[in-house]
Design a protein around this ligand. Structure first.
Ligand code: FAD
Ligand code: NAD
Length: 471
């Protein structure tokens, strides 16, 4: 294999962590190569994650709104139907356009893009098995690992991506299944479960624990589950699936109570396994070079994203922290800033989480239970969208804003929003938390009227002064 001239940094993986790091490295004047094996940039997020799921969530939301709610607004029409092939095509077009866009951005920022699978040969060398069949060896002063994550398999329930699917198969179904079982009431289960429920599938979500999305604030999570049930999603809580097999056109599942008990059976047309993701480092050669993993298979890094091999850095889903695209992006920027001798840093305490169902659920900072577990003296304030004029005007009133703040100092600890556009609204709270604001700071900030964001101000009033204006 021919050796190439030494670069400042080679990035392995072109997902939101890797490609953003590559662009930033180019902007900082570093010479950089980005190695990506899937043949398209954007990683899990753009190709089989965030973006295609949001396209399907949007199409299915519009259909469900028309079917279930347009009459409430006085809008009438004749037959309503959808063309699922066209729905899928819109999603594919959005994805294709965006991956091409990233390729353009890499070029613009002088990033060399190598299509192939990279493997560490040493702390400064990467062997690439290119997609065109050739092999080459690249050299750099620094290597940044950004190989992301893969679906966690469920023993006894083998994924074939047609009948028993992961999120990847669920995003690419050719038809809407009459009955679907989703294993795992996390982000993927609730988002993809919502998509197919809106399009007419009977969806049952089987969850091991007694709660959906365990990381959400308990009060918000309970209201959220009731809202999803009202929409038609069914939940089987405290239950585990022990076996799944395809028999003819059907998937036969064996389940039992999480604590153990008599086996039950269930049948469906498609089963989605969505019990989490795990770091992906297959074929990366970490062992041979001495890059250490933790007990959960994540690459160990210090506060500067440096692995146990000093010239090798790692970011994104491959390392500890929330497995989210925006967190991977922040990691990527900070890591190359550090490589360039600057002072990159990411504050994981202010990374927002957003579930893009309808209503959306968005949160940042501590939940009430987390504040309690930390032994903090805290207070809370709430405001319901039922009392928000904009939500009433547009007939979209499910949800609330809940704020957790320090009892004495009034400093914000966490903000939790369930409501329409919660994923957009959360960012004033993210900024407030990042700047160490108090609930009163938000309460005294003028918010446009009539907006959904006024509910955040009202919840802040309730937190800081004990009373909201409109409730
Ligand atoms: P990845 O995006 O996984 O990218 C890693 C890339 O590295 C891949 O393209 C892979 O092909 C490549 N690679 C791996 N090994 C090699 C190698 N040896 N050589 C070359 N290339 C290699 N997060 C959100 O924040 N918001 C969402 O709405 C959201 N929705 C999601 C929906 C679904 C269905 C899924 C599955 C995930 C979703 N996520 C979402 C999570 C998000 O996709 C990940 O957190 C994010 O993609 C992680 O970025 P990354 O760059 O670390 O890794
Ligand atoms: P998750 O961790 O969000 O949820 C997994 C759920 O499965 C949990 O509720 C867990 O208790 C349950 N579970 C685990 N084992 C089980 C079993 N044997 N039987 C039944 N239930 C079981 O994982 P996910 O939904 O697969 O998503 C994977 C990753 O992708 C997450 O890290 C998530 O952050 C990310 N993601 C984010 C978004 C978003 O930000 N909107 C959307 C999709 C995915």
């Amino acid at each position: 294999a021919a050796a190439t001239p030494e670069k400042d940094v080679i990035i392995i993986g072109g997902g939101p962590g890797g490609y953003v790091a590559a662009i930033k490295a180019g902007q900082l004047g570093l010479s950089v190569t980005c190695v990506e094996g899937r043949g398209a940039l954007g990683g899990t997020c753009l190709n089989v994650g965030c973006i295609p799921s949001k396209a399907l969530l949007n199409s299915s939301h519009m259909y469900a709104e028309a079917k279930n709610h347009f009459s409430e607004y006085g809008i009438k029409f004749g037959d309503l139907s959808y063309d699922f092939t066209a729905v899928q095509k819109q999603k594919d077009t959005a994805v294709a356009g965006l991956t091409k866009g990233i390729e353009g951005l890499l070029k613009k920022n002088k990033v060399e893009y190598v299509k192939g699978w990279g493997k560490l040969v040493s702390g400064t060398e990467v062997e690439v098995a290119a997609l065109d069949g050739t092999t080459s060896r690249l050299r750099a002063k620094n290597i940044l690992l950004a190989t992301g994550s893969e679906v966690t398999p469920l023993p006894g329930v083998p994924i074939d991506e047609e009948k028993i699917v992961s999120s990847t198969g669920a995003l690419a179904l050719k038809a809407v299944p009459p009955e679907m079982v989703v294993i795992g009431a996390g982000y993927i289960g609730l988002e993809m479960g919502s998509v197919y429920q809106r399009l007419g599938s009977k969806v049952t979500v089987v969850e091991f624990l007694d709660n959906i999305v365990p990381t959400m604030d308990a009060e918000v999570r309970r209201t959220f589950q009731r809202t999803l049930e009202k929409q038609g999603l069914k939940f089987k809580m405290g239950t585990k699936v022990t076996k799944g097999e395809v028999v003819g056109d059907k998937v036969k599942l064996t389940l039992e109570a999480s604590k153990g008990g008599a086996p039950q059976t269930m049948e469906c047309d498609v089963c989605l396994v969505a019990i989490g993701r795990r770091p992906y480092a297959k074929g990366l050669g970490l062992d041979a070079v001495g890059v250490k993993l933790d007990a959960r298979g994540r690459v160990e890094v210090d506060s500067h994203f440096r692995t146990s091999v000093p010239s090798v850095y790692a970011i994104g889903d491959l390392i500890p922290g929330p497995m989210l695209a925006h967190k991977a992006e922040e990691d990527g920027v900070a890591a190359v800033e550090i490589i360039a001798g600057k002072h990159g840093h990411v504050n994981y305490a202010t990374v927002p989480s957003i579930c893009y169902t309808h209503p959306e659920v968005a949160s940042v900072g501590l939940t009430e239970d987390e504040a309690k577990a930390k032994g903090l003296e805290y207070k809370t304030g709430k405001f319901s969208f039922m009392a928000n004029s904009r939500a009433r005007a547009v007939g979209d009133t499910d949800g609330m804003v809940k704020i957790v703040a320090d009892k004495k100092t009034d400093k914000l600890l966490g903000v939790h929003i369930m409501g329409p556009n919660a994923g957009e609204m959360i960012h004033e709270a993210v900024l407030a938390l990042e700047y160490g604001a108090s609930a009163e700071d938000i309460a005294r900030t003028c918010h446009g009227h009539p907006t959904l964001s006024e509910a955040v101000k009202e919840a802040a009033l309730a937190t800081s002064f004990g009373k909201a204006i409109h409730m």
